[in-house]
Design a protein around this ligand. Structure first.
Ligand code: ZN
Length: 219
């Protein structure tokens, strides 16, 4: 399993023979030329433009289904995409592993202003690794439940503040989730989500966890 940070909250996960995109706001990284890749599945945590990104374009070009909460999946279908409308709390089975949507504490409106369903976090179970993609969320006690039920090893956490957790709350989230490795996301993309990465690293590491800062330029 290979996890690549495209930028913002966008990740590419490569398994043995499949490629998955999460929150494909790929325009943040001109180096990521998705036209060259085979992409098999797309996941979108919520409808905001910086998460939806190029999901429609990519889904159509690659004939890759988009998995999202039903209201958002219906929007993708209306745009001519293949979509897999789901809801919270059940493991969804894929050829490459499993995924489970869990509520995030955040809003979600469609590009046309319509209701985008509830915002989600997603837990992936891929080649015996549990990855938690928080989507956009504030700190919530649900993270303790996620630890108890799903025990993610890797947590992808927003740290930019303003719209989501900031570095201090994200460090608490890392602890509550019990993740050994934390990958920061959703920071420094816009002026109002600048984050003190050094402080985040210090807070998380003082609690015996690792921070892996992935550089989108190394893609
Ligand atoms: Zn958002």
């Amino acid at each position: 399993m290979d996890l690549k940070y495209i930028g913002h909250s966008a990740f590419e996960i490569k398994t043995n023979n499949k490629t998955i995109l999460v929150d494909p706001f790929v325009s943040v990284n001109p180096k990521y030329n998705w036209h060259d890749y085979e992409i098999n599945d797309i996941f979108v945590t919520h409808a905001h433009a910086d998460h939806l990104g190029a999901a429609i374009e990519i889904s159509k070009e690659k004939n890759a289904p988009v998995t999202a909460v039903v209201e958002l999946a219906q929007y993708f279908e209306k745009q001519g995409c293949r979509a897999n409308g789901i809801n919270f709390g059940a493991w969804l089975k894929y050829e490459w592993g499993n995924a489970l949507f869990y509520p995030a504490f955040h809003t979600s409106s469609l590009p046309d202003g319509g209701y985008g369903g509830m915002a989600a976090s997603i837990i992936f179970d891929i080649e015996n690794v549990r990855i938690f993609h928080a989507g956009d969320t504030c700190l919530t006690g649900e993270m303790k439940t996620i630890k108890e039920l799903y025990a993610p090893e890797i947590a992808l956490l927003p740290i930019g503040g303003h719209y989501t957790m900031d570095v201090e709350h994200a460090a608490v989230a890392a602890k509550w989730l019990g993740a050994k490795t934390v990958i920061p996301m959703h920071y420094n993309t816009f002026p109002n989500i600048q984050a003190d990465l050094e402080k985040f690293t210090r807070l998380v590491c003082s609690d015996n966890r690792n921070v892996a800062v992935l550089n989108p330029n190394e893609i």
